[in-house]
Structures are given as structure tokens and as C-alpha cells.
Design a protein around this ligand. Structure first.
Ligand code: FAD
Length: 399
């Protein structure tokens, strides 16, 4: 039996950060990670360059049943705080776009930074430690170490601790270590869960739609994509299986089965107005659209939808239909690529169960949930890591 002040389950971004902060406060901390090394998601994040935060982080960048819950933690540990840490470790970085900060070199630098900080804070990290079982004895007044209320079992060792932090992440990308352990533990302690769903994930399309858009496969273009009152202006990518690209990943988090998404291929233009202004011209539809859209896309799109001819030959009704398809292309995805491809898992431990100051479970003293396993999910662009750091920091001050 190994006695600790704090046991953290999960050696990802949130767990490590919490452990470091608790260690700095003099707490005796162990991180239990079942994979052979820590931070596997950090390693592959941001295309290998880790989009570690976003300068414009605010509560608006997160989905949650309670959109206010994340505010306290985000305010107490900000992107500026994390940037200071990155600079302390001389990690070169740059803003790619929209406030997204990436390493110039490699995500490994962020992992090395966390390992160094953990070492300096005296944190013990045990990889290859799959937590199988957790139990809690109600503290008794006569027990010698009454505060050691959690028993945490791995295949190799049994730990007792006063504080247990669950940082097991979501369900996305099982080969990187994802398990449902955090949700199971929540159920064991009778905590409410917002049913998880794959988010930041490509859409799949019906065979019929795929047959239609197949010739457009591989084309990426700037578009405004909307669903359920949310909209994102970034690139979309037409793939051989469906739709991807940043704008699609963003909207996928808000989509639910059966809903359609609307794609505006010409977000800067009122297509009906410009087509009507040119309705008597000799210029063909393809040449006209090639001024504002990639030519390869235009040729395939015209072949699919409206055989190209001089604009003056289209009837007003046809021009209206062309404009509608350009400004409001309605697509009903058949589904998403699921957890296999999802960058994050939305939903999770209900924030109603947690203190927004400390991430502590209100009805189970000493138990904390942080990071992606909680029902707080960031949009694309460094927000998920900022939530991992901020929620880890909040719990790290309290355990
Ligand atoms: C391909 C990809 C790219 C991404 N890129 C970015 C990006 O650039 N910027 C960004 O902000 N976000 C990005 N994300 C999302 C981000 O990686 C996650 O939101 C973040 O890592 C969540 O941190 P976490 O610590 O909560 O969970 P995780 O990082 O998932 O860590 C959980 C850890 O718990 C361990 N674990 C699970 N169950 C057990 C158990 N029973 N016992 C012991 N250990 C267990 C897992 O092995 C894992 O190491 C990306 C995600 C993916 C998949």
C-alpha cells in the first residue's frame, strides 16, 4: 500500500498540469498513466506542433450544458500564464492564425517542459499503470489517517490518498490511450453525465451525395458553414468520404444526427445580386465564378449542377437557383467519422456536480474531475489545451 496526498489518474495535459501545481504546493503526488508514456495526445496535436493555447480564449469558445462554468478557471489561469511558462522554457512559438499559438519546433518540447516541471515539483509519474478500481471509505473519527479515503488499484500497486483527481480524457482515438474509465468512475459515485458525443470530427455523406460531390474531392475552399445558429468561416475540404476541414470540424461539435448544415461558398458575395447584375453578359457561368472560386472546383461544380453557358442564356429562375446553391448549399450528413477521428469528446461529467473554483465533486469530498472528461469542450484552435491547463491549475491549487 503506497500512501500519497494526491493520486492523479491520467498523464495527459490536464493531469500533468494539476500534478505539477499540487507538487509545487508541497503535496506528495503520483500520476498514474496506463500508456507506456505520458502526453500521447500532446505529441500528435496541432499536426506535431501543438496548438497549445489561443490568445482569444473566452467562455464563448466552449460548449457545455452550463456555458458559465468554465469562466472561473479560465480567468485564474489564462493564455498569458501559459505563454510565460513556454517562454521560461525557451520554447519558440508563433501565431498561425486567429490567435492560435503553435510551437515553431515540435510538440515534444511541450512534453519535455511538463516533464521538467513535474520533476522540479517532485511529482512521481508511473506509466504502464492502468487504474482498474477505485473505492472510498468514509473517513472515520477513530481512523489514524482518516484523510486517506481513496484506495486506487492498478495491476502493480495499491495506493491510498486523500485526494483523487480524474484526468482520463475523452473517448476519442482509442489507440492513443482513451478509455471510458472517467465516466465509469462518475457513475460509480452516482454523478450525472452529459452523454458524450464525438466532436471536431469530419462528416460522412450519403452514397448519393458522395456520387455527386465525388469529382470535387480534394478541393479545399474558404466557406461559411452554419448549423443550429452557429457559424464558422474557415476552409472546408471535400473528401472521398464526406466533408472535413476546419470549418466543418468546428460545426460538427454543434451538429446532431438528422440536422442539415448550410454551406455558403461565397461568404463575401450576395450571389443573386451579382448574377443579376451580369444577367445580360456573354461571360460563361464557369468563367464568371472562376473569378471568385478555384477553377477546378467551378468546373466540377458546374458539371454537377448547372452546365456552363453564357450568363445571358439563364432564366431569372435558373439564376436564382444557382445563387441559392452558392450561398446556401444545404447538406444533410449521414453521420460523423466518430471517436475514431474525433479530435475531442463533447459532453462528460456534468458541471452541476463540480465546483467551478476547484473542480471538486460537491458531494464526494476529495474527488476532482478535470480536462476533457468534464462537460466543457473547446472549439478548434488551442482552446482544449487551455481548458486542460486551466482546469488542472484550479484543481492543483485545491487538492
Ligand atoms: C489528433 C488530435 C489533435 C489535437 N490537437 C489539439 C491542438 O492542437 N490544440 C488543442 O487545444 N487540442 C488539441 N486536441 C485535443 C487535446 O489533445 C485534448 O483536448 C487534451 O489532450 C485533453 O487533455 P486531458 O488531459 O483531459 O486528456 P488526455 O490528453 O486524453 O489524457 C488522458 C490520459 O489518461 C490516460 N488514461 C485513460 N484511462 C486511464 C486509466 N484507466 N488508467 C490510467 N490512465 C488512463 C490516457 O492514456 C491519457 O494519457 C487534439 C486532439 C487530437 C486527438
Amino acid at each position: 500500500m503506497i500512501e500519497k496526498d494526491v493520486v492523479v489518474i491520467g498523464g495527459g495535459a490536464a493531469g500533468l498540469f494539476c500534478a505539477i501545481e499540487a507538487g509545487k504546493r508541497g503535496r506528495n503526488v503520483v500520476v498514474l498513466e496506463h500508456a507506456d508514456r505520458i502526453g500521447k495526445k500532446i505529441a500528435i496535436s496541432g499536426g506535431g506542433r501543438c496548438n497549445f493555447t489561443n490568445l482569444h480564449t473566452s467562455a464563448d469558445n466552449f460548449l457545455s450544458a452550463n456555458p458559465h462554468f468554465c469562466k472561473s478557471a479560465l480567468a485564474r489561469y489564462t493564455p498569458t500564464n501559459f505563454i510565460s511558462l513556454i517562454e521560461k522554457h525557451s520554447i519558440a512559438y508563433h501565431e498561425k492564425k486567429l490567435g492560435q499559438l503553435f510551437c515553431d519546433g515540435s510538440s515534444r518540447e511541450v512534453i519535455e517542459m511538463l516533464l521538467t516541471e513535474a520533476r522540479e515539483a517532485g511529482v512521481e509519474i508511473r506509466c504502464g499503470s492502468l487504474v482498474r478500481n477505485v473505492s472510498r471509505s468514509a473517513p472515520s473519527p477513530v481512523e489514524r489517517r482518516s484523510s486517506l479515503s481513496f484506495t486506487i488499484e492498478t495491476e502493480k500497486a495499491i495506493f491510498r490518498a486523500a485526494s483523487l483527481v480524474v484526468a482520463t480524457g475523452g473517448l476519442s482515438i482509442a489507440p492513443l490511450g482513451a478509455t471510458d474509465f472517467g465516466y465509469r468512475l462518475a457513475r460509480q459515485f452516482e454523478l450525472a453525465i452529459v452523454e458524450p458525443w464525438p466532436a471536431l470530427v469530419p462528416f460522412t455523406l450519403s452514397r448519393e451525395t458522395l456520387r455527386q460531390v465525388g469529382p470535387l474531392s480534394g478541393i479545399s475552399l474558404d466557406a461559411l458553414v452554419s448549423c443550429e445558429g452557429r457559424q464558422f468561416r474557415e476552409n472546408i475540404l471535400i473528401t472521398h468520404r464526406g466533408l472535413s476541414g476546419p470549418a466543418i470540424l468546428q460545426i460538427s461539435s454543434y451538429w446532431r444526427p438528422g440536422l442539415s448544415i448550410t454551406i455558403n461558398l461565397l461568404p463575401e458575395l450576395d450571389a443573386l445580386q451579382v448574377l443579376t447584375e451580369h444577367e445580360n453578359k456573354e461571360i460563361t457561368l464557369a468563367n464568371f465564378l472562376s473569378q471568385v472560386l478555384p477553377r477546378r472546383f467551378v468546373l466540377a461544380w458546374c458539371a454537377l449542377n448547372f452546365p456552363s453557358q453564357p450568363l445571358k442564356r439563364y432564366t431569372p429562375r435558373e439564376l436564382a437557383e444557382i445563387a441559392r446553391k452558392l450561398n446556401r448549399w444545404e447538406v444533410v450528413p449521414t453521420g460523423t467519422e466518430g471517436y475514431r477521428k474525433a479530435e475531442v469528446t463533447a459532453g462528460g461529467i456534468s458541471t452541476a456536480e463540480l465546483s467551478s473554483q476547484t473542480m471538486a465533486v460537491k458531494k464526494v469530498a476529495g474527488l476532482y474531475f478535470i480536462g476533457e472528461v468534464v462537460d466543457v469542450t473547446g472549439q478548434l484552435g488551442g482552446f482544449n489545451f487551455q481548458w486542460a491547463w486551466a482546469s488542472g491549475y484550479a484543481a492543483g491549487q485545491a487538492v
